[in-house]
Design a protein around this ligand. Sequence first.
Ligand code: XMP
Length: 497
Amino acid sequence: DGFPAARLFDQGFSYTYDDVIFLPHYIDFPTDAVSLSTKLSRRVALATPCVASPMDTVTESSMAAAMASLGAIGIIHSNTTPSHQASLIRLAKSHKIPFNHDLIFKSPSDSILSAEEFSSAPCIFVTESGTQNSKLLGTVAKSDWEKLAEKEIRVSEYMTKSPVSLPAGYSFEDVAGYLAKNKLQFVPLVRDNDGEGEEIVNLVTADDVERIQGFPKLALPSVGFDGEFLVGAAIGTRETDKERLEHLVKAGVNVVVLDSSQGNSIYQIEMIKYIKQTYPELDLIGGNVVTAYQAQNLIQAGVDGLRVGMGSGSICTTQEVCAVGRGQATAVYKVASIAAQSGVPVVADGGISNSGHIVKALTLGASTVMMGSFLAGSHEAPGTYEIQGGRRVKKYRGMGSLEAMMKGSDARYLGDKAKLKIAQGVVGSVADKGSVLKFIPYTMQAVKQGFQDLGASSLQSAHDLLRSDVLRLEVRTGAAQVEGGVHGLVSYEKKSF
Ligand code: XMP
């Protein structure tokens, strides 16, 4: 009944996730017996098979810390200076808590004239020199500042002096306990800078505690041998990226992703060889690839992981602009089949918009899924919410959009040396999704249910069932796809958890 994967994907069609459907198999275990633990690359293990994409509207330090706290990982984008990218890695790794607040600093002689100076922060820190790594003298809570009759006066006249702080190494539970015991609204977290004084690196508020304590617990956090969160970073394949990589390695990056839309190039292969020789301990993910031929070249060059996808991303126009790419289900299956022979894990990158797509990607052979739009509207994504047509949205843009390329990401499309720039992506916005700390655990529970229906209690078992032709698939006709979605209702509320 149904088609074995090898036959289905050998007919000359480019299938997307929505084109195919698995036939159910046999259940002999409960949902909670499903383990989604996996490998991102040869030596980087994760408890949760999710990766935040290296895009400047998706992954900076807040997202990376949050993903690591969930047992997943974030890859910090490279559309910024090497030193800023390194500082984002350091910031994510210095946290033991899964989020990151904007921090605002003033010196004692400054004043706060408008509420906008608080940005989205609940307080402003007053330090000796008005900068982050200078002695903390006081704090101004936004709620206290709002009650001030005269705003022009210096902050030193009304700040709360000698505020308490906690070490950045404290766990979320420790900080939550401290806030509750001392009935505080917020507390700054500080890190000792190797004897050169303290630096304020974050803060936790009572609101954070209430919000996060209501979220479901997922898996063990992703922590490296250094005892800090696992954090990845993207680089390009230019000479200047070698210098960038030096900064990232010094910042403690745990895995590097070579960010290119067509990875099978002489530039990438030379870069892989250079990195493997210079940093033999560092895991390296190459890509993007969509064919067995591309994959084989990069595996031969020495990659520890492969990123799969070309033009399947929600903001991508590569297939339209360049006429190259592949349906993501076919691409994942074909590349994973080759990569498995060399023990190289596959990252299915792009095109994920629901938990069913994740089940399909992982069962077709991927070890993790990389997501952009799925995470972009979250609390932890960079940027602030705006109201558009009555909905709260956040900006999400392709790294090949003209807007992103103006900041440097054109190297990803090997277009930085070209005289004329052609966009391969768009700028848009996505709806507010709340915190990844909440929706990723629910999404993973849905993925486990999918695995249960397939009779697979782990990723390895799903891959084995597929390769031994026990799992069967079919192509969905247009009508079957309509039938598989909600249909025939005048209205309905889409709420999954
Ligand atoms: P999703 O579907 O998760 O896709 O939003 C994210 C992935 O899309 C890729 N990406 C692009 N592809 N033009 C492209 O053709 C672009 O401007 C672009 N920006 C990102 C990238 O692989 C990402 O992880």
